[in-house]
Design a binder for this molecule. Structure first.
Ligand code: F6R
Length: 339
């Protein structure tokens, strides 16, 4: 028997988590000097990186200065006193994140942290930089609401996200609650029927490379961590300049590859056309091809509409594979070996 209870309850409670994070961060105060910031560098790994990746993609065309996502110990040369480094680690003990924050601070960068505790929280408390303590006890990828909403607030404080966009947090909450009703219970369950079609295939996710890039990544990470199924993905337009040719020599895999195309009404018009042509060129070789369009009004709601579908689909795929979606034994083993 497999324990599906944990992941099921995390997914079911996700709208509640979002609402809690929204309410708890409404009045939050920061001490960093926003005028000194010329660039933001988020650092985090895995389930803690995805929230930062989403906010970076959300702001890609509104932030007046560069936002970098870092998943490494090492820093780019340009990190200096005008950089704001934001360490994101659910446990607070991820060594890449801790190292990068230390190195950035040694170069005079301002720092902030979003964490449930661990060494990162102690460091912030000891060294006197802003941190947001989020509730602990979840697996990091299930804490996406707690991870993401504080980053939204930080961007509001920095004036990258303006006041009226705060409504997007509420709209997203409503949409998540409505969709959850369908994805957790309904007979006509989109996530479950997708999982059935994906079973025993390698899922490949394609999307535009702007705001949907981290959504695409979330699909793959959730297949890998929840369903323990290798997944692959790429973005347009780049894949139409190379990868599309790679489909010529995979005839032996015909019927073993499923393609999931993620689209949004804001996608670049030429990218939309490219996506249609890619679909025509590869569809005969796929076990199944699925096109999902974002739902909702605000950009935020639209991004999270497809994240939620990914989360539930990977959950059902785990169940179909008789796998417990919650534990990630290989990640734990690797961390132990490195200790
Ligand atoms: C996701 C997961 C990993 C961790 C990653 C970093 O559920 O377990 O992807 O998120 O190893 O650890 P934290 O999030 O504690 O910094």
């Amino acid at each position: 028997s497999i324990d599906t209870q944990n992941m099921w309850s995390f997914l079911e409670a996700f709208p509640k988590q979002w609402e809690e994070a929204r309410a708890q961060t409404e009045e939050i105060e920061f001490t960093i000097d926003a005028d000194r910031v010329r660039t933001i560098c988020f650092v985090g790994m895995g389930g803690s990186a995805i929230g930062a990746d989403l906010i970076r993609a959300y702001c890609y065309d509104s932030c007046p200065y560069p936002i970098q996502m870092l998943r490494h110990y090492e820093l780019p040369r340009w990190v200096d006193e005008h950089t704001l480094i934001i360490g994101c680690s659910y446990s607070g003990n991820t060594e890449e994140t801790l190292t990068a924050v230390d190195r950035a601070r040694a170069r005079g960068a301002q720092a902030m942290a979003v964490t449930s505790g661990g060494a990162l929280m102690l460091k912030a408390a000891k060294e006197g930089f802003d941190y947001i303590k989020i509730p602990g006890g979840l697996t990091p990828r299930a804490a996406l609401g707690y991870n993401f909403v504080p980053l939204f607030r930080i961007c509001q404080y920095l004036d990258i996200i303006n006041e009226d966009e705060a409504e997007a947090l509420e709209e997203t909450n409503q949409l998540l609650a409505e969709q959850n009703g369908l994805l957790a219970n309904s007979e006509d369950n989109e996530a479950l029927s997708l999982a059935e079609k994906l079973d025993d295939t390698l899922p490949i996710v394609y999307s535009d490379s702007t705001m949907l890039e981290p959504v695409n990544l979330r699909w793959r990470e959730q297949f890998e961590e929840n369903a323990k199924t290798l997944a692959y993905g790429n973005t347009l337009p780049e894949m139409t300049h190379n990868e599309i040719v790679g489909w010529e020599r995979i005839v032996h895999l015909t019927g073993r590859l499923s393609v999931i195309m993620l689209v949004d009404r804001e996608d670049n018009e030429r990218v939309k056309q490219r996506m249609k042509i890619v679909e025509e060129l590869i569809k005969d070789q796929t076990a199944s091809l699925h096109l999902f369009e974002t739902r909702g009004k605000s950009r935020l709601a639209r991004m999270f509409s497809l994240i939620q579908l990914a989360d539930w689909t990977s959950f059902y795929l785990a169940i179909l594979n008789s796998t417990d979606p919650t534990p990630v034994a290989k990640i734990d083993l690797l961390k132990r070996k490195l200790a």
